[in-house]
Design a binder for this molecule. Structure first.
Ligand SMILES: *[C@@H]1O[C@H](CO)[C@@H](O)[C@H](O)[C@H]1NC(C)=O
Ligand SMILES: *[C@@H]1O[C@H](CO)[C@@H](O)[C@H](O)[C@H]1NC(C)=O
Ligand SMILES: *[C@@H]1O[C@H](CO)[C@@H](O)[C@H](O)[C@H]1NC(C)=O
Ligand SMILES: *[C@@H]1O[C@H](CO)[C@@H](O)[C@H](O)[C@H]1NC(C)=O
Ligand SMILES: *[C@@H]1O[C@H](CO)[C@@H](O)[C@H](O)[C@H]1NC(C)=O
Ligand SMILES: *[C@@H]1O[C@H](CO)[C@@H](O)[C@H](O)[C@H]1NC(C)=O
Length: 645
């Protein structure tokens, strides 16, 4: 019950802090020295005493730490769940969790894999904290995660919602242009994260999607920097609360200074996608959301893998780049928080069976040791996706890096744990997790957002919502399960020519890439192949067709807009959500979060770093029709529902 009341308090925004915790500064006459002096006869070390101020606790702990313990703090590694929520035993590609925690002394981890049982995940998390408590200093673990409230499933970028409430991708929030909804989402996501022990979000992704071919657009808020800035401020406040504390999830804003302007629209996870380019000299535009994030209290930042080409900056990956991390981010923009690198900059690895060289773009010839030194020199605090503390230890032992340099970063990292309350109560109530995660209310709000975010691009003769359909109406369908129509007492046929309507749920076009990991990135041309266009044309010619396209990238599909009687864009939605929109149970409310290019050639002709420069777009940013029949007064869906569909 304790956890549940904590939950509801946090939902109401009733954060309670002592004044000491808020500032971390001490009001009483208490100095680190005095706590050190009293160490010999104390019963409780000062860093474990929750009535002391955070700055003093940090100083006390740091003074007790060995070089090995400090080095361990500076790594943030992937954490796998073992069978039945046990600690992972490791395999030929990775060491056991016990080794990583007990010998390498890591305490920062990102949780890998879908959550299918909240209680089991919470029990696993408690086991991890128990293992942490058994280390010499008992420094608690901070568990982080990539987004897990949407539909994307990619081990490198996000996980399917699983047991969590499921929402449209962030693009769907951009389509709704509703900062209040974003805040509500973030508060709910925070509750679900807190319930299973996730205390750091490896998001939001505030890259501006000025290059329409980039595979990582679904995690962004689209093409407009101002809209992104407005929405991510609400996002950060929803996750963190007005002030970071024991009911907060700290956020990692990424990917500094904006991953959008990818050369040729490729992605910098991969060798062929190293370059970020600025032919329009428009880097400044991409900084707008980062400035807003800093103003909103963003605690952590992640630079992208890419290296800048054709700018005044050195053409090396952003985390290796002192001009980017120290001069631009810290000095010019005034960011004082933690900088964590993107995953895997030092060590070559294998992801889903695919060999992945370290993303050391521009510094490929440096040794692993030299890469680590470069990243520290650039001003980063933590190495993401790596377990190489021995490199840091060697750098200090060889005098290349001063231990004081580590202290600067380790202090920030420890302080974050104290502010999050992890030193005082790291455990969660596993039974409560089962009640909080995926509860009916959270799920309902997510489902509503999926429906509202639908964006109506075309609606000839007010075809939608489909009226007067009944058991005799015949549907030809693609992309979803016939049982969903049959359970609405509707008839499904197998040939377009036998149907009254066709309902197609299509994925936006992309060119499949090889490889286990690479295959989950939708990259390449924004057009359908000639064969696929011909296949669809036959359907459009045979029967009035409604198309729902999941626009994870701005597809170049003028022929769909031409051939379909009605066209919807979606940004992460269930098939039930689609059918509710088709039959008017819910009205689509979205507006496009980017331009839809006329062709892939038009996308190529645009400049990677410049928004809204595609010539003669099929639909423009902001386009989104509404159903003709409306109830008004914001009673979304309700009068349509009254029709009894
Ligand atoms: C914690 O610190 C306070 C303030 O210095 C002190 O009064 C108290 O005795 C300490 N508690 C323990 C258990 O050491
Ligand atoms: C997991 O739990 C189930 C049910 O308790 C049990 O049958 C199974 O053997 C367990 N698996 C492992 C690897 O412990
Ligand atoms: C386990 O850690 C040791 C020490 O860092 C390292 O040499 C070894 O390669 C790691 N093993 C695996 C499978 O990653
Ligand atoms: C990146 O830019 C450099 C410098 O213009 C160029 O030589 C290289 O071919 C580009 N592409 C890749 C993948 O490095
Ligand atoms: C369609 O749904 C039914 C009922 O939920 C299920 O049994 C069937 O496996 C599904 N078919 C496909 C192709 O997913
Ligand atoms: C489908 O038809 C059956 C039999 O007429 C009826 O009982 C049921 O309520 C209908 N379901 C829906 C969703 O209309």
């Amino acid at each position: 019950m304790g956890s549940l009341s904590r939950t509801s308090r946090a939902l109401l925004g009733l954060f309670t802090f002592s004044s000491c915790l808020q500032s971390g500064l001490c009001s009483r006459a208490h100095t680190p020295q005095s706590s050190l002096h009293s160490r010999a006869d104390e019963t409780l070390p000062a860093y474990k005493n929750s009535s002391l101020c955070i700055n003093d606790r940090v100083d006390d702990l740091l003074a007790r730490m060995t070089l090995e313990e400090k080095a361990g703090q500076m790594f943030h590694a992937m954490l796998y769940v073992g069978p039945n929520g046990t600690l992972d035993q490791g395999d030929e590609n990775r060491n056991s969790t016990d080794f990583v925690m007990g010998t390498q002394l890591l305490t920062h981890f990102n949780l890998v894999g879908e959550i299918t049982d909240a209680q089991e995940t919470a029990e696993f998390y408690n086991r991890v904290q128990q293992r942490a408590a058994e280390t010499r200093l008992g420094i608690p673990v901070t568990l982080s995660s990539d987004p897990r409230h949407h539909f994307t499933e990619n081990i490198g970028t996000g996980f399917d919602a699983g047991r969590f409430s499921q929402w449209p991708e962030t693009l769907g929030f951009a389509a709704l242009r509703d900062a209040d909804l974003v805040k509500k989402f973030a508060e709910i996501a925070r509750e679900e994260y807190l319930a299973v022990g996730i205390r750091a979000a490896l998001h939001p992704q505030v890259d501006v999607s000025t290059e329409p071919r980039w595979a990582r657009i679904p995690g962004t808020f689209g093409e407009d920097a101002q809209l992104t800035a407005e929405l991510i401020s609400a996002y950060i406040k929803g996750f963190q609360g007005d002030k970071l504390g024991a009911h907060s999830v700290t956020t990692v804003t990424k990917h500094f200074p904006g991953g959008g302007p990818m050369e040729n629209g490729e992605d910098s996870h991969f060798v062929y996608g190293k370059n970020e380019t600025y032919p329009g000299n428009n880097l400044e535009y991409h900084l707008i959301p980062f400035k807003a994030a800093i103003a909103a209290g963003a605690r952590q930042m992640m630079p992208y893998y890419s290296r800048p080409i054709g700018t005044k900056f050195e053409p090396v990956g952003f985390s290796f780049n002192k001009e980017i991390v120290t001069d631009l981010l810290r000095n010019d923009l005034g960011f004082e928080g933690i900088v964590v690198t993107d995953w895997g900059l030092i060590t070559d690895t294998v992801i889903l069976g695919q060999y992945m060289p370290a993303r050391a773009w521009g510094v490929e010839t440096l040794s692993e040791l030299e890469r680590a030194a470069r990243i520290l020199d650039a001003g980063c605090d933590q190495f993401g996706g790596e377990t190489r503390p021995e490199l840091i230890i060697q750098l200090v032992n060889e005098g290349v890096i001063q231990e004081e340099r580590l202290d600067v970063s380790v202090k920030k990292l420890l302080r974050e744990k104290f502010v999050l309350g992890l030193f005082d109560d790291p455990f969660v109530d596993a039974e409560a997790a089962a009640r909080v995660v995926g509860n009916d209310y959270f799920v309902r709000l997510g489902n509503e957002a999926q429906r509202r975010a639908y964006t109506l691009l075309k609606n000839s003769q007010d075809t939608l919502p489909l009226r007067s359909v009944g058991p005799d109406t015949k549907f030809y369908i693609e992309g979803f399960n016939a049982t969903l129509l049959q359970s609405r007492n509707l008839t499904v046929v197998t040939r377009p020519e036998d149907a009254d309507y066709a309902l197609l749920r299509l994925a936006a076009p992309y060119e499949p890439r090889p490889g286990g990991f690479e295959a989950s990135f939708h990259a390449g041309s924004l057009e359908f192949s000639a064969e696929e266009r011909a296949r669809q044309a036959a359907v459009y010619a045979a029967v009035p067709t409604v198309v729902d396209m999941m626009l994870d990238r701005p597809a170049a599909v003028p022929e769909v807009a031409e051939g379909a009687v009605a066209m919807l864009a979606s940004f992460g939605s269930s098939s039930e959500a689609f059918l509710d929109v088709v039959f008017g149970v819910w009205e689509p409310e979205g507006k496009l979060p980017y331009d839809l290019p006329r062709s892939n050639a038009a996308a190529e002709a645009g400049m990677e770093d410049v928004p809204f420069d595609t010539r003669d777009p099929v639909f423009k940013f902001g386009h989104g029709l509404r159903y003709a029949e409306r109830c008004g007064d914001g009673a979304s869906g309700s009068c349509l529902k009254a029709r009894g569909i």
